[in-house]
Design a protein around this ligand. Structure first.
Ligand code: FDA
Length: 306
């Protein structure tokens, strides 16, 4: 039943009409639990409050279904404005983005051109940009773009890898040539069993395996999870292998396991919260519901609230 609900929500997350309608509705159905606001000012305020509690951030201007050059350019402008706002306000945050937002489905060249503009600005400010990993259809091209831009921009850029993919271990080995800053996640999209582990236990097992591998390579690891067991395991593992706290950070999503975010920061770990903002919240919100269908209950409640 839960699996059916999960698949339905992931299917709905790709509905373009619902996505367009949602942009006009404003944050609804409890989406504000996961999305920090529709404007950059609202998002910066959220970052500021987290920073006061010793938590750092990564801001993401939400954008899905970009099918023409003008939309891709507009998305790139939003990313640049986000970097400007971070710089001007002095908050501690970097930037996360998706390549499809920047026109990857239109052309790789357009996407690269937009990425270079964003990375030039990030470099000027001494900030950092991380490419989120999307569905499997975009995986190889995202890896290629990362490698090309990593050669040009060095440590200004980082990538995400997904533990549910069979090939992820090979990717980690291959990427080690760059000594990259990687965010390690379980993976959020619906993938075929031909490319990804269908069982959660296998994903969890592979997640630990790739975290350990990347840490032992001596590379910076952003361990992005709300899974307490994984976090406890990492805490022990780094101690046993004398891996310094400067070589890794924990990351969680805005609105999820908030108390644990504060506890980890108090314990002295770098805790970074991923903060999405903007009016294109529909797909992101649906993926968060799919991760925990129990959340649908709170959506239904919010629909009946005035
Ligand atoms: P798991 O799903 O096992 O959850 C562990 C526990 O956390 C649950 O039992 C529940 O208590 C809580 N929890 C998890 N999700 C919840 C939710 N939505 N609502 C309420 N409670 C929840 N994926 C991807 O494919 N590409 C990417 O670029 C990213 N980027 C990214 C950045 C950051 C900072 C994070 C934290 C996650 C991502 N992800 C992602 C998503 C990731 O792949 C994964 O889908 C989610 O993190 C959920 O998996 P967990 O590791 O939390 O474990």
């Amino acid at each position: 039943m839960e699996q059916l609900m999960r698949n339905t929500l992931l299917f709905l997350s790709k509905n373009r009409l619902a996505n367009q309608a949602a942009k006009k509705w404003g944050l609804r159905f409890g989406a504000s639990r996961f999305v920090a606001g529709e404007t950059i000012d609202e998002a910066i305020k959220v970052v500021h409050n987290l920073n006061k509690n010793g938590i750092v951030a990564t801001l993401d201007h939400l954008g899905e279904f970009v099918f023409n050059e003008a939309e891709a350019k507009e998305s790139a402008d939003y990313c640049i404005r986000t970097l400007d706002a971070i710089h001007q306000s002095g908050v501690n945050s970097n930037l996360s983005l998706k390549l499809t937002q920047l026109g990857l489905d239109i052309s790789k060249d357009l996407c690269m051109e937009n990425m270079r503009q964003i990375l030039n600005r990030a470099k000027e400010y001494g900030n950092f940009v991380r490419i989120d990993m999307e569905d499997y259809a975009h995986n190889e091209v995202t890896m290629d773009i990362f490698k090309e831009l990593r050669r040009e921009y060095g440590e200004t850029i980082g990538l995400v890898v997904q533990a549910y993919l069979y090939k992820v271990e090979e990717d980690i080995e291959d990427l080690n040539q760059f000594k990259p800053n990687l965010r390690l996640v379980k993976g959020a999209y619906k993938e075929s069993p031909e490319v990804a582990f269908p069982n959660k236990e296998d994903v969890d097992h592979n997640f630990i395996k790739i975290i350990e591998k990347h840490l032992l390579y001596g590379n910076y690891s952003a361990i992005a999870t709300h899974d307490e067991k994984v976090i406890e395991h990492v805490k022990k593992f780094v101690q046993e292998h004398q891996i310094p706290r400067t070589q890794f950070e924990f990351q969680m999503l805005y609105g999820i396991r908030v108390q644990m975010q504060h506890e980890l920061a108090k314990e002295g770990y770098t805790m970074r919260v991923y903060i999405p903002y903007g009016n294109d919240w529909y797909g992101y919100f649906m993926r968060r519901l799919a991760e925990r269908p129990a959340n649908v209950g709170f959506v239904l409640k919010s629909m009946f609230k005035k």
